[in-house]
Design a protein around this ligand. Structure first.
Ligand SMILES: [Zn+2]
Length: 279
């Protein structure tokens, strides 16, 4: 959002990105200023000009459909609808949402509230798919296991406009040891057993600053955290994932605003050697 929506594709170009994930408004606000068609068209034109495709809008962090407070759940539903209509206007296919947190209540209670909220949520605009993101499990956040994501998808009714975005740091922090071959196999096994593998539409590629199973969500630079490069090589080159859009959510610390992003991108691309990069 820095510098306004319209600058996002150009900033993506400056780091050499192919795809982008954006916030469509201030991510700490319930509602943003209404998006004008003129602004949306300018954004779509800028995307065409730069060739940078915005694949996802990340929902505001306030949205919590699992909250104990009915008022929060209601506001969350309105906010989600608002995000979905922005996505449609901007020509963005995916809306990424953290499933939410049960707060002080047991996880199952939150999961139940979330499921019923998702059931009442109307259909998404044409061309927009809601992606539930797996979580680290911090603070009773829901969605730290593949089985739990499956149950949420099932709760959305039929046919669901809902699929999944996997975050590498969250997987690791939730206890999936994707740093090693055994943990990776375990993840793939769960994804296929629960029928979630074909629903994975996108990856967030972040290394983790915190250890395996910490349930503490701290993203870190690629190859400099607890996951390490071999873990990312497996994700990038897996036959079911290699064509999916993948985005970085790594820290923006230090020096040139764009330098760290470029470095993280280069680290990832070096792991894809041996095949042509597909645009
Ligand atoms: Zn993420």
């Amino acid at each position: 959002m820095a510098g306004g929506l319209i600058t996002a594709p150009g900033r993506g170009l400056r780091i050499g990105a192919d795809v982008l994930q954006i916030f469509s408004k201030q991510n700490t606000r319930w509602m943003g200023k209404a998006l004008e068609e003129e602004e949306a068209r300018a954004f779509r034109e800028e995307s065409d000009r730069t060739g940078i495709r915005t694949v996802a809008i990340h929902c505001a962090y306030l949205i919590n459909l699992a909250s104990a407070k009915e008022a929060v759940r209601t506001r969350s539903l309105y906010a989600l609808e608002d995000e979905a209509s922005r996505a449609a206007m901007l020509g963005v296919p995916y809306l990424v949402m953290h499933p939410g947190s049960s707060g002080d209540d047991p996880e199952e209670t939150g999961e139940r509230r979330l499921s019923s909220a998702l059931r009442t949520f109307g259909r998404l605009p044409r061309g927009v798919t809601l992606l539930l993101e797996n979580t680290a499990g911090q603070g009773n956040s829901i969605g730290r296991s593949i089985g739990q994501l499956r149950r949420l998808i099932d709760a959305c009714g039929d046919p669901p406009d809902v699929a999944v975005c996997l975050d590498s740091a969250h997987l690791f922090e939730a206890g999936y040891d994707i740093a090693g071959e055994r943990g990776w196999k375990r993840l793939l096994g769960e994804l296929s057993r629960h029928g979630v593998l074909p629903l994975v539409r996108m990856w967030h590629l972040n290394d983790s600053k915190t250890p395996l199973g910490s349930r503490v969500d701290r993203h870190f630079h690629i190859g400099e955290g607890q996951i390490g490069l071999p873990g990312f090589r497996r994700i990038l080159n897996h036959r079911d994932f290699r064509r999916l859009p993948m985005v970085l959510e790594t820290p923006k610390d230090g020096g040139d605003e764009f330098e760290r992003d470029r470095k993280n991108l280069a680290a990832l691309r070096s792991l894809c050697a041996g095949r042509d990069r597909e645009q």
